[in-house]
Design a protein around this ligand. Structure first.
Ligand code: UFG
Length: 323
């Protein structure tokens, strides 16, 4: 997933930290030209190989000390419509990568999601909150996590970091790399950006009758560069051979849809027309992290503010996003 939203930000930070990354992607959802932007930011050409993470022969030829696996599809609605595609792409390719890790003694950082907590029983979400899944996308994340735990039990020498992302937003401060969703965005921030840019007429706010301060859904938005610095902290931890470790990557702050919209307007001096519509099926009222375990064990915490997130998302919309 090296040419995707998180992958490109990871490449930039790996180079900055003195690592020598190799980028692998099947280009299903991205374009290799983003590597030119990565080069412009970090001054280094990243070697690239077009391959699919589920292609056992291709993966056999590619191994490294550390594997960072971002190659997952991530649209909940699409996963409901095409469950087998999700199980094949997300679950099957994770099995291939796990096999290669064991074979070559590689450590692994796996991108999981707060979706594995299902409907929260308590907030903020700690890593020991019970796990469940409510759609095929969530099930792929949950099954991969469970599989990793089985593998780690059977192979105590295997070092693996499971990172549970909350809601990644924002873009590199250069405005050269960011998220490029195909078609109509599912997620709030790209939709807000496209509405402010006049590409979409109005934002639909999915429900204002939740049990939250203003009735709209509350999420833990985290700036993508903070999320990536969490991966660097996890890589450094893996060097100490910790076995299987699991951490939330969130800020610990909940922000409602309307708070997000109003901050976006105030910080960027733009208008985001919106309309309240019915709740989106499957949405929960509130979801936010307790990020203290990552601070205690990895020495990591998010430092960027909501203002940074809305400013950098908007800059990316203006400079780099394909419209
Ligand atoms: N929302 C709107 N209008 C939109 C889009 C979103 O009001 O057009 C609202 C949602 O109802 C929710 C909030 O904005 O309250 C955030 O929605 P997103 O779709 O941006 O994010 P989700 O929290 O629903 O989903 C994210 C990831 C999923 C993951 C999930 C749970 O995108 O991959 O968190 O971890 F499964």
């Amino acid at each position: 997933g090296g040419t995707g939203y998180l992958g490109t930000h990871m490449l930039v930070e790996l180079v900055k930290q003195g690592y020598e990354p190799l980028c692998v992607d099947n280009l299903h959802n991205s374009n290799p030209s983003v590597l030119l932007a990565v080069k412009e930011i970090c001054g280094k050409e990243i070697p690239f190989i077009k391959a699919d993470a589920g292609d056992v022969a291709a993966m056999r030829a590619l191994f490294a000390e550390y594997q960072i696996h971002f190659a997952g599809h991530k649209a909940v609605g699409e996963s409901v419509a095409h469950p087998l595609m999700y199980y094949r792409n997300n679950y099957d390719s994770a099995l291939t990568i796990l096999e290669m890790c064991l074979k070559h003694g590689s450590a692994l950082v796996f991108s999981s999601s707060a979706t594995v907590y299902g409907v929260p029983h308590f907030l903020p979400l700690t890593e020991d909150h019970p796990l469940s899944a409510v759609n095929p996308y969530g099930r792929t994340k949950l099954y991969i996590e469970e599989t990793i735990r089985d593998v780690a039990l059977a192979h105590p020498e295997f070092n693996v970091s499971i990172l549970r992302y909350f809601n990644p937003v924002g873009a590199h401060e250069s405005g050269l790399i960011g998220e490029n969703p195909n078609g109509i965005p599912n997620n709030l921030m790209p939709f807000v950006c496209q509405t402010a840019a006049g590409i979409r007429k109005e934002l639909q706010v999915f429900g204002d009758d939740y049990d939250t301060p203003d009735g709209t859904g509350v999420r833990d938005y985290i700036h993508v560069t903070d999320l990536i610095s969490g991966h660097i902290a996890a890589l450094k931890k893996l060097e100490t051979k910790p076995g299987c470790i699991i951490h939330n990557l969130g800020t610990g702050n909940g922000t409602s849809v309307l708070e997000m919209v109003h901050r976006f307007e105030a910080v960027n001096g733009v208008s985001v027309p919106y309309r309240i519509v019915a709740r989106r099926p499957g949405d929960v009222a509130s979801c936010y992290a307790d990020p203290s375990k990552a601070f205690e064990e990895l020495g990591w915490k998010a430092v960027k503010t909501l203002d940074d997130m809305v400013r950098d998302s908007w800059m990316w919309q203006l400079k780099g996003a394909k419209n």
